[in-house]
Design a protein around this ligand. Sequence first.
Ligand code: KG4
Ligand code: ZN
Length: 354
Amino acid sequence: MSLPEPPSASPPGASRVILALETSCDETAAAVVRDGREVLSSVVSSQVDLHARFGGVVPELAGRAHLELIVPVVREALERAGMLDDDGRPVAPSAVAATVGPGLVGSLLVGVSAAKALAMAFSVPFVGVNHLEGHLYAALLEDPALELPAVVLLVSGGHTLLVEMVAVGRYRLLGGTVDDAAGEAFDKVSRFLGLGYPGGPAVEAAARSGDPEAISFTRPMLAEGLAMSFSGLKTAVVHHVRAHPEVATSDVAASFQAAVADVLVAKTLRAAASTGARSLCLAGGVAANSLLRARAKADGEAAGLHVFLPSRAMCTDNAAMIAAAAFVRLERDGPSPLSLGAEAAMAFPVSPAP
Ligand code: KG4
Ligand code: ZN
């Protein structure tokens, strides 16, 4: 069966209201954003409680929960954006977007299928968005005057990347982790210390009463380059605790967190210096970490950079950032074909050379 051709995008200059869906991991999210900048609504329903007792995201459960949540979450996003008429019927947006990857395939498929169905029902374009590209727009959504080029440190549960945002819609991948993502290291250390899931906030809470200088953990690959590694640091934590069972958990958490922040901030400043970037931004779930935020702000400003820290809600997974990325995609590349599928291992979308 051949699918209908996507409707063409609206004429240039017209205002575009994009409804976006984000279901790549364990948050079911929908948002309505006007012209890639103005957030009319952003609804995030977290499944943290569902997965907490298993110590991590259970893909099968995540997919089922997205299925149950997607319709009420989309409805609420439309309602909060004032897009339900007096009879409760939705008003058509200009386009419907969804995260197509990377992520858990069973979770992605829920958002992608729902977005395609809505696009067909409304007779508007469908736009597939790369989740990582979405995270880059968190800063621009909250600070439209952000000076580019900017170096963005994208630190989430699945990825740790340094990206140069050369201009809106143009990115250059500068470096990243060669093994575990920073968030993954937080999650694994948290599980090992018995602090629970999700690991980042749990380690941060435990670190509050600890001494960051109690244990001098390795700062892997700190000396040069823009590559990072966090798997050795996690192993160092395990070895230290096994060798010193009397050590205070709070000291381990604080010392580990300090090591991660040291590496991330040093690499980000090196990236900024090597590109001549004017601004520095954080993105992704780990960017909610208070120590990382404070260090990035202080050291970035000392290096003469404008530092922008998106709100914590914008750092973690949400659909407003997906709508903002979709706006740029739609302007530049037009609608995505309805045959576009979900792709679990989708790579970061490096722009072609200008
Ligand atoms: O971006 P995100 O919400 O989802 C992914 O795309 O992965 O990031 C989730 C990750 C998890 O690994 C979580 O432990 C981490 O972000 N995280 C934190 C904090 N809050 C969330 N890591 C350190 N400190 C935090 N406060
Ligand atoms: Zn994410």
